[in-house]
Write a protein of this length. Structure first.
Length: 122
């Protein structure tokens, strides 16, 4: 068994604390299985997935708003080429923006778009 999921490994998912509180309050969710979409969807997104981790909530839309239930799927198990990176750091948001800008300059495979430059800091 590989430690890093790939297209041929069992399908997995990581959920956040808010997701657990909403769908399985008070339960240990590790090892539980879930799926998204409809029967016969024919793609990896619709596959049954095993919950392999629970992560802390992030406040993507502001610290004054409750964290929404979120799940994370491994990029190698998806057909889409989009990715969201979530990082907890003690570095000021302005410094993180500088690091991201430098990464974009150094690696032409790294592309961000979105109304706010693809950045969300809270």
């Amino acid at each position: 068994m590989t430690l890093w999921p790939n297209a041929s490994s069992p399908f997995v998912v990581i959920v956040n604390d808010a997701w657990v509180r909403k769908y399985f309050p008070g339960q240990d969710v590790l090892g539980k299985r879930l799926r998204f979409g409809y029967e016969g969807g024919g793609n990896a997104f619709n596959a049954w997935r095993t919950i392999v981790g629970v992560v802390a909530d992030t406040h993507d839309f502001g610290l004054d708003l409750a964290a929404p239930p979120v799940f994370y799927l491994p990029q190698p198990q998806l057909s889409e080429s989009q990715m969201v990176i979530v990082a907890r750091t003690s570095v000021r948001p302005e410094r993180m923006a500088q690091v991201i800008d430098q990464l974009k300059k150094d690696d032409n495979r790294f592309h961000m778009d979105g109304g706010s430059g693809g950045r969300s800091f809270s």
